[in-house]
Design a protein around this ligand. Structure first.
Ligand SMILES: [Zn+2]
Length: 258
């Protein structure tokens, strides 16, 4: 009995040091609906396969029982192929030796495509700061987006990496919507999403905003039907990472660092 206790203790100690997994998710389509799993909760070796013991269990004939292995290491998250009959692919290239994964990669396991998202490493380089209002501008901006002051004389050496707050992802081949500080994801009357600045977006009747512990759906009604995990939404609702939303017939999953 003490041995078992000690082993469990060792495991939890080992897993607690795996910071690179924070905000790491896999997204794929199964049976016509979008699925998302936060692999940070699954341990140091994540099996992908048709075996019922696989952490990522894919019930598809094209998938081998033990098809691919995701190894969580301090130097990154590595993908290893295990299938002899139907090798795993990464961004269209066959995986012969273990490869380290990057945010935005698309894995192919049998006939199933899986999007790899690592929010911990997703960031963008900020542009020049306005000398008048001190707001951050996109890298290619000529005049300040807020006050119109010319950015020609703005210090171009002011560059910082802005961490990603929130991602709304669709099917693996589709470009996700990334929300950075000061931005929200607003939907128009047809349910089409666009990332807009939070200032001046007060009229958005339907939007996803980042919060301290996840995200929140702002829903003012009068829009295309919205479903959260297959249940119709009637008003403002808190969202957590992995939640599935359906807006105007479009399926998407919410990904946060939590
Ligand atoms: Zn300005």
């Amino acid at each position: 009995m003490p041995v078992a206790t000690m082993r469990r203790h060792n495991h939890s100690t080992k897993y607690s040091g795996l910071m690179p997994m924070s905000g790491t998710s896999l997204v794929w389509i199964h049976g016509g609906s979008l699925r998302a799993v936060n692999v940070g909760h699954l341990g140091a070796a994540v099996m992908i396969g048709r075996s019922s013991r696989a952490e990522i269990h894919l019930t598809d004939e094209s998938v081998s029982r033990q098809h691919a292995l995701l190894r969580i290491r301090p130097d990154g998250n590595w993908l290893e192929n295990l299938s002899r009959t139907n090798p795993t692919q990464l961004n269209g290239t066959r995986v012969d030796t273990p490869v380290v994964l990057a945010d935005g990669d698309v894995l192919r396991v049998g006939s199933i495509e899986i999007g790899y998202h690592n929010l911990a490493t997703a960031s963008r380089v900020s542009g020049p700061l306005c000398s008048y209002c001190n707001r951050e501008n996109p890298p290619t901006q000529k005049d300040c987006w807020f006050c119109g002051t010319s950015l020609v004389s703005a210090r171009s050496d002011v560059r910082a990496r802005t961490p990603l707050l929130l991602r709304v992802a669709g099917p693996p081949q589709q470009q996700p919507s990334d929300v950075f500080p000061g931005e929200i994801l607003a939907f128009d009357a047809e349910g089409k999403p666009s990332v807009v600045r939070e200032e001046g977006a007060g009229t958005a009747q339907l939007a996803i905003v980042s919060t301290a512990d996840g995200a929140r759906l702002r829903y003012g009604g009068g829009h295309p039907q919205v479903k959260l995990n297959d249940v119709p939404v009637l008003g403002d609702t808190d969202l957590t990472s992995g939640d599935r939303l359906e807006i105007g017939g479009q399926a998407m999953v919410i990904l946060t660092k939590g």
